[in-house]
Design a protein around this ligand. Structure first.
Ligand code: IPM
Ligand code: MN
Length: 323
């Protein structure tokens, strides 16, 4: 039995995740889904956004489909998704940027760097420790090399080693790993790299970088393919995997039925692919393509379709592809 934990979370997570779940159920009627309530909505009721029991439920799943969580305005509040990434040790954040002739895979380190959580505030200053470890760097570099080998066999190592010592450390471990793995690589400073990705996306295959740089680079790169409504992601560890759209809960448009479901549906495609069904993943992508081709497009990309209309069209296209 394959069990899938489903966290809708807050805001538009509740609008797009049911569509992604329907896509999964259509392709894999044998999957068993169970909901896990996590997020700001839960925090308002119980003052806890994600309990130890919730983490245990997530641990039990073969894969997790995750929406988005709104950060409450509370000083002591920890980011829920960061907590989950750490608890399940989901160290590789894979963010494919695909469409419009672009095909880039951003491999973002997902457990340390500026997100180490080692931070404190004093009266007149605050400090966040940017922790880069050999173990963390090596395992993300290995993951990136493995992915590059299955793609166009090239790795770009995004860094800021011209300024930051911990980036010299990260870059050099990535270089050594790429050499051991026999993957051709280049290194690039993250600021110039971000511009170059936008100007010449065809130059890039797999880009590996540290946590915050990968966070910023992926949002910027979304510009190439129709914005955040299009970008899925996978958070992979050795024992667990969580799939979520790159966009957040988007409180500004939540409840209006206009969110783009594509990022969530693509995250479902990454989920089935992770569980071994690569042809299912390709079919989901094809259904998304056919839906856009038929002009059923949400507002963020210039159309007039609602979330429900776009979702229904994707499901209908997928149903036809499965016949
Ligand atoms: C993302 C988000 C998260 C991050 C936030 C919500 C903690 O921006 O997944 O890109 O910074 O990683
Ligand atoms: Mn982000």
């Amino acid at each position: 039995m394959t069990s899938i934990a489903v966290v809708e979370g807050d805001g538009i997570g509740q609008e797009v995740i049911p569509i992604a779940q329907n896509v999964l159920a259509l392709l894999h009627p044998e999957y068993e889904f169970y909901p896990v309530e996590i997020g700001y909505g839960k925090w308002r009721k119980t003052r806890e956004a994600c309990t130890a029991d919730d983490i245990a439920l997530l641990r039990d799943a073969d894969a997790i489909l995750f929406g988005a969580v709104t950060t409450p305005p509370a000083a002591d509040y920890r980011s829920v998704v960061l907590h989950i990434r750490k608890e399940l040790d989901l160290y590789a954040n894979l963010r494919p940027v695909q469409g419009n002739g672009v095909d880039i895979m951003i491999v973002r380190e997902n457990t340390e760097g500026l997100y180490s959580g080692i931070e404190w505030q004093e009266k007149d200053r605050a400090c966040t420790l940017r922790l880069i470890t050999r173990k963390g760097s090596e395992r993300i570099a290995r993951a990136a090399c493995r992915i590059a080998r299955e793609r166009r066999n090239h790795l770009t190592i995004g860094n800021k080693a011209n300024v930051i010592k911990s980036d010299v450390f990260f870059r050099d471990i990535c270089i050594q790993t790429a050499e051991e793995e026999g993957i051709p690589y280049t290194t690039a400073f993250i600021d110039a790299l971000t511009l170059d990705v936008l100007m010449h996306p065809e130059r890039y295959d797999v880009i590996v970088t540290t946590n915050i740089f990968g966070d910023i680079l992926s949002d910027a790169a979304a510009y190439l393919v129709g914005g955040l409504g299009m970008l899925p992601s996978a958070n992979i560890g050795d024992g667990h995997a969580l799939f979520e759209p790159v966009h957040g809960s988007a409180p500004d448009i939540a409840g209006q039925g206009i969110a783009n479901p594509v990022a969530a549906v693509r995250s479902a495609a990454m989920l089935v692919s992770h569980l071994g069904d690569t042809s299912g993943a390709a079919r989901i992508e094809e259904a998304i393509r056919l839906t856009a081709e038929a002009g059923i497009i949400t507002r963020d990309n210039g159309g007039t379709a609602t979330t429900a209309e776009a979702g229904a069209a994707i499901i209908a296209a997928l149903t036809r592809l499965l016949d």
